[in-house]
Ligand binder design. Sequence first.
Ligand code: M6R
Length: 609
Amino acid sequence: MCGIVGYIGKRDAYSTLIKGISRIDYRGYDSAGIAVSINGSLETLKCVGAVSTLKKETSKKNACGTVSIGHTRWATHGKPTKANAHPHLSCDGKIAVVHNGIIENHQALRKYLISEGHKFTSETDTEVIPHLIEHLYEGNLEKAVAAALKQLHGTYGIAVIRAGEKKIVAARKGSPLILGIIGKGEYILASDIAAITEYTKKADYLEDGEICVLTDKGYRITDHDDAPHSHIVKTINWSVAAIEKQGFEHYMLKEIHEQPETMRTIIAGKFDFKNKIPKFGGIRITPLDLKNLDRAIILACGTSFNAGLAGEYFLEKTAGLKTEVVYASEFLCKAEKLSSRDLVIAISQSGETADTLAALRKANSDGAHSIGVVNVVGSTIAREVNSGGLYIHVGPEVGVASTKAYTGQLLSLFLFSLWLGRMRGSLKPAEAEAEMKRLTSLPALAEAALKNEKKIIAIASKFKNATNFMYLGRGIHYATSLEGALKLKEISYIHAEGMPAAEMKHGPIALIDKKMPVVFAVKRDDGYEKIIGNIEEVKARKGIVIAIAEESDKEIHKKADYVIRVPDSTQELSSMLFAIPLQLLAYHIARFRKCEIDKPRNLAKSVTV
Ligand code: M6R
């Protein structure tokens, strides 16, 4: 949830660090801090608010430190105050620690350390770490860190420096840490590759249980007992341009507009045009095991969960596989044990979401096949699935509200269903080929859907002061309605509920009055008459109807107060196309309300705690 950066090398540590943490402040932005080792002591700067505030402070500093760590915080233990901001220090001020994760036994450790004479200055769980390291320090920082880690319960990605020592000691358990190799003796360490990519394309991903010591001579990775680990250095393929706004006012808007392009990339990468079947070389399940599967279980949170609901529809219809979608956080509450006839699909943009990871680990230990549908290459979920998976490859998503990852997940899941349908024999070659042919038109259809932005802005301006919204859809568009509502509430702070259209009658209809905008996803399909019936029900109670409807629907304007058009398409493609106007509607309402669109209050991009 928080962002960590560490730098060792010859550049000015202040500016390098600030640049690094600015790149990942979507991981948390309620306070920030930095510690730099200068002339045998540590200089620490902290502030409440985003990294930009810290930047103003550091610009007054003379550039001289070359070993440093920094942090951008999303509060878990203790309010966002200067005292609770990281780095946290030992009593003698010589050891500084930045941390992402939660130390579960912090209360017991704090009590013990206080009894040993340590003085605490914050309310955080993290502060036990520098005190514990100080307590165990006998002249070797990495040894003291290793000894301290053995006493910590919970999750952590940490970076530690000590005054007068030209090194950074880093360790991870359950929170990501990536080492960017700029050159021999020059490294940038971060919890996210966005902080690294501008300095180097060479990355070494730390594993849980590892400690990494970076010095100006080189780096070494070991376990907690100092046994060396060897790694293969990977290449990062995200460009700096991909993590910049490129003229858009917000990342979210840029990412919405990138969708035709991300769709093209997915289609180009996952189509085997010669054999007329999608290709998924990263999935390691034998054809026999695929045939023997009894069901798929999709595990995910937030937007990825909503994508999973559409995935259920794809898998059941196209691959003939019974599918359940479970909130990852709820999966651990289930008594049922999975087996090798179950296929678990963990969907996660970041690949780091703690609930999804915990659910995946349980599924793995039950013996289910597990695959990932992930965006961030090399992320923990991508590495811990036992049967490979697929990357959606939509590039870095910086806006906290997920947009291009959602449509990328849907498209990848649909292609995966086609592939699985062919592998299991439930889909005929000609059917798969016809679907793939239709899919090639998707990017152009998405471009057309984006062209209606002006109309959406006008509607957004009318409803910018609404206090409640309802989103309704049937079948695959139940997912659309949940996603539309989630987008609106997270960035505009307007209360919104998404639900299956028919469910409205079973209670929520009581909320309808002349102030309530109800957004309908109106697809011309078997359920069309029913959706029109639901619209009539809303109108009869004086509700305001905003319909997302297809170009060919010549009736809808007689029923709805406002109509936003999307191009005609199949049921499957419409799941992606209908999402686009809802993303734009949420964006423009939030913009009119002057909300912090890319960094909504209380949120962070990936929930790793
Ligand atoms: O990285 P993940 O896809 O696992 O993240 C899951 C959710 O935290 C995420 O989708 C969240 O709901 C977004 N803010 C939605 O826009």
